[in-house]
Ligand binder design. Structure first.
Ligand code: NA7
Length: 546
């Protein structure tokens, strides 16, 4: 590794084996794996001022993991797993962030990270087989390999309403929440958006605010998370067979760590179906409602209708005002990213909470004093945008990637993202995208580990063979995209607009962005690449150099 540093400590030139972009779950593990295990020279960049990725930015009230923490952590180091004592089933943002900070310290990662710095461009030099990266602070870096852990849900969707700059109160986005406490005490608060972030913060803000107005564009199916202490049975199971537990996570469909159903909703009587829904709703809750009740809620219209019918009845029972209940009741399929949160519908029984149907009365502008819809003005002191993300591709396309022959990634992906295994894209050698488009549709941390390990193996393979580059062939990429399409269209997810298919961002191509055949099958696909000596990849040595 070579570098030059200015008087002010800015690195101006750095030549390393690998650059890691992003220091969330994926990037931190990549840095550890490549630097500490493989012994490569590695440097990481993050535009945040600290590690944590999504957990650095999403500090909004109520932010917590809605995946059970026993599967929302690293698995590769048993000692780390045992020593970190999570306080609850679904840890709050501050606890997940503390864990990731602990991770960075435990593996001495900070000395290899430059914070507060955005990688603006990455250009592949075919004469040297190295990437040349430029940052917003003027650093020039070259690297043979790039590992991008830039976040599936990180590039914010922050719509700008007419007049927004005139608002005299406070405006926040859930994913760019200030580090200082925000007080809602005695204030009139408006929340725009009712996805996972909106739902979590609505429940938390309501008891504190003088009044909370929720601006809802689409009602959501929200299943109680059934938050509580960690499940002693799962912990026991892990203690008895740590490897077996993680193996079962990776062989499952969703990698959530719970037992997934293998029964079709059609194979039981209506009474049995109702009893199963009821049991899971009150028991495991959360994601289990979609995946532990029946195995076809995401694929069979009948099963999905049975689930939505059940949830609709729950909404009706939970909300005292029938007209509010009706507004809160979705009519579409249950085929967005499931939302898991306790007490959501009940929050609308509070006297200080009101619900605005934005589809019926569109938001027209933000005024000095609040929000104006087409029929009235809502006076507010605080506006919270819980409007989500330019998901999956957003952060990848922010970086100006140029591959072989100067090909622009933005152009290559202008109609839809194209990858092989959700990890690499042809013509862009040695560029590994952790949770890139067409990666598995699963709980992320276990999948991050698997993908980083796969990338590390590919890098080791290239080096061991005395070669220099690896990238998917065009044919393998075309095949993967076709496979992802074929699988996705057997599910119900493409039938509903959401960030899963890009439909939440105006102008963004609406397309398949995930491999939806489950984690276990995805593992087989990764293993196939290794077992076949990367036959689906173009692996090359040094170009003729004069
Ligand atoms: P989501 O799930 O994309 O939700 C965003 C919400 O904001 C959703 O209710 C949107 O309505 C709403 N929205 C977006 N733009 C607007 C405008 N312009 N006007 C009104 N309402 C709007 O984002 P989250 O942050 O909640 O969660 C994203 C993922 O992060 C989550 O699934 C977890 O995996 C973590 P819409 O439904 O599009 O009609």
């Amino acid at each position: 590794m070579t570098e030059k540093t200015t008087d002010t400590g800015v690195v101006t030139a750095l030549d390393v084996d690998a650059v890691v972009i992003g220091t969330g779950f994926a990037g931190l593990y990549a840095l550890h794996k490549l630097r500490n295990d493989l012994g490569l020279s590695v440097h990481a960049f993050d535009n945040a001022d600290g590690v944590g990725g999504t957990w650095y930015w999403n500090r909004y009230p109520g932010a917590r993991s809605d995946t059970e923490v026993t599967a929302y952590c690293y698995s590769f180091d048993r000692e780390l797993f045992d020593e970190w004592k999570w306080t609850a089933k679904y840890p709050r943002q501050s606890e997940v962030l503390a864990y990731l900070n602990h991770f960075a310290d435990r593996y001495d990662l900070r000395r290899s990270i430059t914070f507060g710095t955005t990688v603006d461009s990455a250009t592949f030099n075919e004469a040297t087989n190295r990437w040349e990266l430029l940052t917003d602070r003027g650093e020039r870096v070259t690297a043979q390999f790039i590992i991008e852990g830039v976040g599936l849900l990180s590039s914010t969707n922050f719509p700008k309403f007419p007049g927004q700059d005139n608002f005299k109160g406070e405006i926040y986005h859930t994913a760019r929440w200030p580090h200082d406490d925000v007080s809602f005490n005695g204030k009139r608060v408006g929340v725009i958006g009712t996805g996972s972030s909106g739902v979590q913060c609505i429940v938390e803000i309501a008891p504190e605010a003088a009044h909370l107005t929720v601006f809802q564009r689409s009602p959501q199916y929200v299943v109680p998370a059934q938050h509580g202490p960690r499940d002693p049975h799962t912990l026991e199971r892990i203690n008895e067979d740590y490897e077996g537990y993680w193996d079962s996570v990776l062989r499952s469909v969703t990698a959530f760590g719970f037992h997934e159903s293998d029964v079709s909703a059609a194979d039981v009587t209506p009474e049995e179906r109702e009893a199963i829904f009821e049991k899971v709703w009150n028991g495991g809750g959360g994601f289990q409602f979609m995946f532990a009740t029946f195995n076809d809620i995401g694929t069979s219209l009948d099963a999905n209708n049975a689930a939505t019918d059940f949830i609709r009845r729950k909404i009706k029972a939970a909300v005292t005002d029938p007209s509010v209940a009706e507004k809160l009741t979705p009519t579409e399929l249950y085929a967005k990213r499931p939302i898991c949160c306790d007490g959501y519908y009940e929050t609308f029984n509070r006297g200080n909470v009101s619900l605005v149907d934005v589809k019926k009365h569109p938001l027209v502008e933000i005024t000095e004093n609040g929000i104006r819809s087409d029929d009235r003005e809502y006076e507010l002191d605080v506006i919270v945008f819980a409007t989500g993300f330019d998901a999956v591709t957003g952060n990848y396309l922010k970086i100006d990637h140029r591959g072989r022959h100067g090909e622009e990634l933005r152009k290559k992906w202008s109609h839809r993202p194209l990858t092989h295994l959700g990890l690499m894209t042809s013509g862009f050698p040695n560029l590994f995208m952790i949770f890139g488009p067409m990666g598995p549709f699963t709980n992320q941390p276990p999948a991050h580990e698997v993908q980083v390990d796969w990338a590390a193996d590919a890098i080791s393979y290239v080096r061991a063979k005395g070669l220099e580059t690896i990238e998917p062939t065009q044919a393998s990429e075309d095949g993967w995209v076709a496979t992802c399409d074929e699988i996705a269209y057997q599910t119900l997810f493409p039938k509903v607009n959401s960030w899963i298919n890009g439909a939440n961002i105006p102008g963004k191509p609406i397309t398949v962005m995930f491999y939806m055949a489950g984690m276990g099958n995805y593992m087989d696909q990764l293993q196939h690449a290794v077992d076949t000596d990367y036959e689906d990849f173009r692996v090359e040595g040094a170009p003729a150099r004069v």
